[in-house]
Ligand binder design. Structure first.
Ligand SMILES: Nc1ncnc2c1ncn2[C@@H]1O[C@H](COP(=O)(O)OP(=O)(O)OP(=O)(O)O)[C@@H](O)[C@H]1O
Ligand SMILES: O=P(O)(O)O[C@@H]1O[C@H]([C@H](O)CO)[C@@H](O)[C@H](O)[C@@H]1O
Length: 160
């Protein structure tokens, strides 16, 4: 594709990560997920996350990684490059980096965010990410869950 929109610059390879992270304003907020079909729960959550800092980095599960999470045999429906581009188009998002592991721990060690967030569908104190981020003086917080919105329920409705 030629003449890509500017938001494609927010997609970041592992090789570029250190220099791109160093250039972002702090405090830096980090979250991760699959974000298969974007919905109002996601975009509200990401806007709230961004408002807690000066930049927001997304760790995005690769397709291979997402397939291990038990969301269904045909998930993710959107490929990683497409999920990354949709997130990058959001004003709230500063950078999107893929991760291939089951959990984003190696990526977190490279980014070293000031704040780690997940939605209220997670018990933040029980996540392995929480003590890791606190080990360098950062913190972790759960953000409000907006009831009635999930990719899985959307897929069920579309399929009748
Ligand atoms: N309705 C919602 N309100 C607030 N945050 C949400 C909501 N849905 C998802 N999130 C957050 O967005 C991030 C990505 O979530 P995820 O991709 O699992 O969305 P999902 O819609 O729950 O998908 P799925 O149904 O496939 O599990 C997670 O950190 C999650 O906590
Ligand atoms: O989109 P999801 O399913 O909310 O994202 C998952 O979050 C997990 C969480 O960080 C607990 O460790 C993570 O391990 C998984 O790889 C997905 O990103």
């Amino acid at each position: 594709m030629q003449d890509l929109p500017a938001f494609f610059d927010k997609l970041c390879s592992r090789e570029q990560l250190a220099s791109r992270i160093a250039a972002l304003p702090r405090p830096l907020v980090f979250t991760n997920g699959v974000f298969d079909i974007l919905h109002v729960g996601h975009v509200s959550y990401l806007a709230r996350a961004r408002a807690l800092g000066a930049s927001l980095v997304i760790g995005l599960n690769s397709d291979a990684s997402a397939r291990t999470l038990g969301k269904g045999p045909d998930r993710p429906l959107n490929r990683e490059a497409d999920r990354a581009a949709v997130l990058a188009a959001l004003e709230s998002v500063s950078l999107v980096a893929l991760f291939d592991e089951n959990m984003p721990l190696e990526l977190l060690k490279l980014v070293r965010p000031d704040l780690y967030v997940k939605g209220g569908d997670y018990e933040i104190e029980s996540l392995a990410e929480t003590p890791l981020v606190r080990s360098w003086g950062g913190d972790a917080r759960a953000l409000p869950f907006i009831d009635g919105y999930s990719t899985t329920s959307l897929v069920r409705r579309i399929r009748g």
